[in-house]
Design a protein around this ligand. Sequence first.
Ligand SMILES: C[S@@+](CC[C@H](N)C(=O)[O-])C[C@H]1O[C@@H](n2cnc3c(N)ncnc32)[C@H](O)[C@@H]1O
Ligand code: SF4
Ligand code: SF4
Length: 404
Amino acid sequence: MSTFVVDLPIDGGRLLYNTVTGSILFFESDQELQNSKDILINNWFFIPVVDFDEFLWADFLRNKKRELSSRNPVRSYLVMTTMDCNARCFYCYEKGRKPITMANDTANKVSDFIIANASTKKVKLSWFGGEPLVNSQAINIICENLRRNSYNYVSHMISNGLLFSDNVIANALNLWNLKRIQITIDGTEDRYLKIKSFKNSKGDEFHRVLNNIESLLKNNISVSVRLNQNHDNTADLLNLVDIIKDKFSDFDNLSVYNRLLFDEEITPEIKNDYFNLKHKLRRTKLLKPKSRDAVKHSQCMADNDYSLVITPDGHIGKCEHFSENHFIGSIYEKDFDCQVINQFKEKHEKLSICSTCALYPSCVRLKMCPSQLEQCQDFTREDLYDDLYFMMKSCYHQKLHSLR
Ligand SMILES: C[S@@+](CC[C@H](N)C(=O)[O-])C[C@H]1O[C@@H](n2cnc3c(N)ncnc32)[C@H](O)[C@@H]1O
Ligand code: SF4
Ligand code: SF4
């Protein structure tokens, strides 16, 4: 069998997933599997060639995909409307950065830049910060200009979700074309208020954010709730899951996922807590399966050729984690710095452990990424396999359901 096959025993048989092609096969018994050599060969689960180097093959496909994708023009922009924020989360990786806010004139120039750079009238916008809603005026200006020029845009947002109101939601729907938003909730009411430490807090922010989430969902804007987890908040987050489930059980367009804080030390206890919370989110159907991933040519916007980050003062970068340096240019210049672009594409070397890893075709580890280490952590692999098993089972059950 190919190294790039994930084998998962399930009730009534075995599922095999090919991480190069993304296809899944089901066999009722080992006997059926042994009798299905042709199916395995035709679908690249078994490669009947002596000395075939699967890793070179995966690299070849990855490079081809990269080549094809780099022919596409820039079509995705992450716009930081401000580095200011109405909250003061103790863990924020942006702490200490200058709270620069995008001026109206800069917002006009951002849309000019997008229009001047576009080769089609279709763009995807992501609003980011700081807290992007602290400067929703910049979003209005950029969208009004794109609309006036007949652009077909959709947008997403990463936000703490507090500053929505009926008017803002109306704008989100009618002007921003907001399809999806990610909102972080840090705990049940008391912990949430302590962690967020909102400026000019009235003490009702936990309920306001939950009510805002409800309004967004009712208006068909999908919400992904992020739970930031560390060594001392698991019990509280487990309670929060019950609150979220009770309040939003009617909505299909809500999902919830947990992440460890970036600098959290991976102890056996935190690993256990993490999977405990993740599996509760699955049981409550709040965590949705990830989409099927075949060979991956890029990790994220940092190493693809079709995404740019625009900072509040008009600098252009490749990653939201670098909002004060490592720029590739600005909205006021025509040319980009290829050296910096290539720096963001540099990858960690293949490790000896990769030679037996089925995840290799979808694994891209960038040297510049603050959350990807040179060594591969057991926890990271366990988490990725856990996602894969969940995806495989979900696909299988969906297929069974469709056949009934
Ligand atoms: C910097 S915030 C900016 C957008 C917005 N203010 C918000 O909180 O969603 C972007 C994302 O980073 C996450 N984040 C910030 N600091 C983090 C850390 N130390 N570890 C993990 N995630 C972090 C937040 O939960 C949020 O999802
Ligand atoms: S709400 Fe977002 S930007 Fe503001 S402090 Fe928290 S994580 Fe940072
Ligand atoms: S870095 Fe880790 S996850 Fe990626 S291929 Fe190597 S062993 Fe697998």
